[in-house]
Design a protein around this ligand. Structure first.
Ligand SMILES: Nc1ncnc2c1ncn2[C@@H]1O[C@H](COP(=O)(O)OP(=O)(O)OP(=O)(O)O)[C@@H](O)[C@H]1O
Length: 393
């Protein structure tokens, strides 16, 4: 099977090149794996053209393996560039062995949940070791298709085309989208995951107005919601087999869905039940929402209310770092947050097949990343991309 070795030299703390020279390439050589190419990406989007050009130059009858040293962003680019690459015949199955060289490494840390005792070098080599082992095990990735509509324009002006983006980790609006947006500006000064926290504090008091539709996934055929008392997903109260679509209104503080991952950083388990979905079951999006109107103390939108509510959002995010404990938080009668009683859950943790986000204007300024309509749907598993992983018992 042909093998490409690709790394992004600027991802994370820029240590990918040294790590590949010192550990990854010697490990491959030790197992008799001679890569067809070893390439460092030179710019944004380069990873996709490296792989597409390679595939277009070969007969590509057999599957291709890629040892990829990067974070989630480079993987995202690879998937999207391949999806857009012109090819008269289908691309072969692609096997990935991941080396976590990025900042957050959400997919890697979900496939290989870290433990504090582990040697850091050994930890980073787990996927490559699975790939070179005598009996490699891989997991298929589910992909979510996101369609971003352009803002409405008045005729005769012509609207720009819709943008399609495929995600293998996360699709979000609201606070998380704003964090990603603003954390890029902090990359040069802070290469660590701390920059996500800095960006979170910059945006935590913002609300986003939208009307939202949730669609069921195949299998259950209803939208499901996590019930902390039952410790399980149950049918959403507004979703029945006859009328499965759930309509929600904002404002929203947090709105984020994941595929394939239960965490966005090694310790940030934002969709902690996502890994319980068994391989082979219909693809699902695990969606986490925080809507200020669920707070019994919500009266009206004002700068003051947003500031007070920001403290509660901070508690939700803090609990996500406590092994995903945010999904058990409820409002007490006095509006404080508790894990006791049967008050409304602070977080709505939904399992669905897709969602639509239609922004509506608010009296207070909305944020750029969430200003356009967005539709996100899971596809059934796409067979071509597999990740090398050891069995997780
Ligand atoms: N040679 C390069 N010079 C500049 N940018 C590059 C180069 N190669 C790739 N990139 C860009 O670097 C960006 C960041 O890469 P990546 O996502 O792998 O790391 P990260 O953002 O640190 O990690 P994570 O996504 O896990 O937080 C990608 O968007 C990619 O387009």
């Amino acid at each position: 099977m042909p093998v490409l070795v690709i790394y992004n030299p600027v991802s994370g703390d820029r240590s990918a090149e040294a790590f590949f020279d010192e550990h990854v390439l010697p490990l491959l050589a030790q197992h008799g794996v001679t890569p067809d190419k070893v390439i460092a990406t030179e710019s944004s989007g380069h990873v996709g053209s490296i792989v597409a050009d390679y595939l277009l130059s070969t007969v590509h009858a057999q599957p291709l393996s890629i040892v990829l040293g990067s974070g989630d962003g480079t993987l995202h680019e690879l998937i999207n560039e391949l999806n857009n690459a012109p090819s008269s015949k289908p691309f072969p199955r692609i096997h990935l062995a991941l080396v976590p060289c990025g900042t957050a490494n959400a997919l890697y840390s979900s496939l290989f949940p870290p433990s504090s005792q582990e040697d850091p070098v050994e930890y980073k080599l787990k996927s490559v070791k699975a790939f070179v082992s005598a009996d490699p095990h891989s997991v298929p990735l589910n992909l979510a298709v996101n369609v971003l509509s352009p803002p409405h324009v008045r005729p005769p002006a012509q609207a720009p085309p819709k943008q399609v983006s495929i995600s293998a980790v996360v699709a979000s609006t609201s606070l998380h989208a704003s964090i990603l947006h603003d954390s890029e500006a902090l990359r040069a000064s802070d290469p660590t995951i701390e920059r996500f926290k800095t960006a979170a504090y910059q945006n935590i008091a913002r609300w986003y107005y939208a009307s939202v539709k949730l669609f069921p996934r195949k299998g259950p055929e209803v939208v499901e919601v996590y019930d902390p008392t039952a410790g399980a997903f149950v049918p959403h109260e507004s979703s029945t087999e006859d009328e499965p679509i759930v309509d929600l209104i904002g404002p929203f503080s947090y709105f984020l869905s994941t595929v394939n991952v239960d965490r966005l950083e090694p310790a940030f388990r934002i969709t902690p039940k996502a890994k319980e979905l068994e391989e082979g079951t219909p693809a699902a999006l695990d969606l986490v929402m925080v809507r200020p109107m669920r707070d019994p103390f919500y009266t009206m939108d004002s700068e003051e209310t947003r500031k007070a509510f920001a403290e509660k959002v901070g508690k939700v995010l803090g609990a996500a770092y406590q092994d995903g404990a945010h999904i058990n938080l409820r409002y007490a009668e006095d509006g404080s947050i508790t894990t006791e009683g049967d008050g409304p859950t602070v977080v709505e943790y939904v399992r669905c097949g897709g969602w639509e986000w239609e922004p509506v204007s608010s009296l207070l300024p909305a944020m750029k990343p969430c200003a356009n309509p967005l539709r996100c749907r899971t596809t059934s598993t796409i067979e071509r991309i597999f990740c090398a992983r050891t069995e997780i018992s």
